[in-house]
Design a protein around this ligand. Structure first.
Ligand SMILES: Cc1cc2nc3c(=O)[nH]c(=O)nc-3n(C[C@H](O)[C@H](O)[C@H](O)COP(=O)(O)OP(=O)(O)OC[C@H]3O[C@@H](n4cnc5c(N)ncnc54)[C@H](O)[C@@H]3O)c2cc1C
Length: 458
């Protein structure tokens, strides 16, 4: 099969764009998720929609699995070839086709990075809001396929809010276009929305039409310390109840604050029980007023101390505390398992309290940070990867964390997706009837089951 892949697909994408040497396949065995690996037969790098189409038609004829892949930064093992086959790396398709300052749209190929599009939009005085922590490397195709979130989800939402249209190649090689540069379009089922977050299991995305916004003139951030997460949670409620919709509303628990400070020496208060980063963007004077008013709400709700950045560079320095939470925690045990549960915003303190109790019960080190405004928490289990028992205890603790999130009316994944990592937990959240419907949708798109098998819809 490897010989056939190299010969047949080499004719489609060019021999230099098919890789079958075992050493060269190693980076494509995993993504950024701990503990998941597969063995691809080949990596194929198409350069055009037509090459994707021909590759999928070939794979359908030969019943070979195809795993679409962007930058491989996924945290749910979505791009891991757990059933082997071809990894379809879309990073050669990395052209920004157009930016339209009147329609407020960008058209881009899937291999463009999130940051490249944001920078190109900024060059036109425009703003592409989705801002995952991986934005300097993650691709637009991966962002749309996972419906990625980021640091500004409360005000700006996840990636789905910006996907106006897609060009996609179906499993048999047919090319469809759904949506486009239209703000209103209700012709047929909403396939744009269905393909967004479909994690490479329904089609391969080959071109994206994305909405842009006018760039805000100012963006400011503040930081507030609290004695505990309950008090911080009350302050979050206070900010929303006061009529604000912050562009930033992030939290770190005590364990994260201590780790970040030990790792990055940012001058954080390591004795604080919880920390909120809050902020807004918009017109300069109005943003200053809003962020200052939010700081007053934080004080009124028991913040031990509050500071507000005076300028954009200072804001970025404050946000660094949140951005380096994961690297800081990874130093605690050698390896980390990062999770992504979500609950209604009002129940976030209860969720984090339960996570702490679960960690204690299982005797594992866990700390939590996340998007307080979105109710989306990232508990991180830290452990020695050489210690199988410790690793098993962390996994068992996460089983309980997922159950707790579902019990609180929440989700097993707010933004990272299901991939191979969360599939065993999906039915507990969706129930059997909805899980079976997902499988039927998958079969309608991909009857032979070649697209990213062992993931959503399997
Ligand atoms: C340090 C770090 C910080 C992160 N921060 C965030 C964050 O703040 N918010 C967040 O949501 N995520 C975050 N992530 C997770 C990850 O970056 C996102 O899920 C991102 O969207 C994945 O993009 P990618 O290009 O790496 O996709 P990959 O990992 O390559 O693929 C992800 C999924 O998309 C599918 N896919 C990729 N391209 C296509 C395509 N063209 N057509 C169809 N399917 C495709 C794959 O099959 C796979 O299922 C972070 C990860 C890291 C390592």
């Amino acid at each position: 099969m490897t010989v056939a892949i190299a010969a047949d697909l080499g004719r489609i994408v060019g021999a230099a764009n098919v890789e079958t040497r075992p050493a060269a396949l190693v980076p494509y065995r995993t993504d950024a998720t701990f503990g998941f690996a597969g063995t691809p037969a080949a990596v194929v790098r198409p350069g055009s929609t037509d090459e994707v189409s021909q590759t999928l038609a070939w794979a359908s004829r030969h019943s070979v699995p195809v795993v679409p892949r962007g930058a491989g930064t996924g945290l749910a093992a979505g791009a891991v070839p757990i059933r082997g086959g071809i990894v379809l790396a879309l990073t050669r398709m990395n052209r920004i086709v157009s930016i339209d300052p009147v329609d407020l749209t960008a058209v881009a190929q899937p291999g463009v990075t999130t940051q490249e599009l944001a920078r190109a939009a900024a060059g036109h005085g425009l703003h592409y809001p989705p801002d995952p922590g991986s934005r300097h490397v993650s691709t637009l195709g991966g962002n749309v396929a996972t419906n990625a979130g980021g640091l500004h989800g409360l005000k700006y939402g996840n990636t789905a809010g910006y996907v106006l249209g897609v060009e996609a190649v179906l499993a048999g090689g047919d090319v469809i276009r759904a949506g486009g540069r239209l703000l209103k379009d209700v012709a047929g089922y909403d396939l744009v929305r269905l393909l967004t977050g479909s994690e490479g299991t329904l089609a391969v995305l080959t071109e994206l039409t994305l909405a842009l916004r006018p760039a805000p003139a100012e963006s400011l951030t503040g930081l507030a310390y609290f004695a505990d997460l309950e008090t911080a949670g009350a302050a979050v409620g206070g900010v929303i109840a006061a009529g604000f919709l912050p562009a930033t509303l992030e939290f770190l628990d005590a364990g994260c604050i201590r780790s970040v400070e030990a790792h990055a020496r940012l001058g954080l208060d390591p004795t604080a029980g919880a920390m909120l980063l809050f902020g807004d963007d918009g017109g300069a004077a109005e943003t200053r007023r809003t962020v200052s008013a939010m700081a007053d709400v934080m004080r009124a709700h028991g913040a031990a101390s509050v500071q507000v950045a005076g300028a954009a560079a200072e804001s970025e320095a404050l946000l660094a505390a949140r951005r380096c939470a994961l690297p800081a925690l990874s130093r605690l045990g050698g390896a980390t398992m990062l999770e992504d549960v979500g609950v209604p915003r009002s129940r976030l303190p209860e969720l984090v309290r339960r996570i702490d109790a679960i960690a204690e019960r299982h005797g594992v080190t866990m700390a939590t940070f996340g998007h307080a405004g979105d109710g989306n928490a990232h508990p991180v289990g830290c452990f020695d990867p050489a210690d199988a028992r410790q690793r098993a205890r962390v996994a068992a603790a996460f089983d309980d964390v997922f159950a707790a999130a579902i019990e609180l009316g929440g989700t097993i994944t707010g933004e990272h997706g299901v991939g191979a990592a969360k599939l065993p937990y999906l039915q507990a959240q969706l129930g059997p009837a909805q899980t079976a419907l997902l499988t039927r949708i998958k079969r309608a798109f991909d009857p032979a089951g070649i697209l990213n098998p062992g993931k959503l819809g399997s």
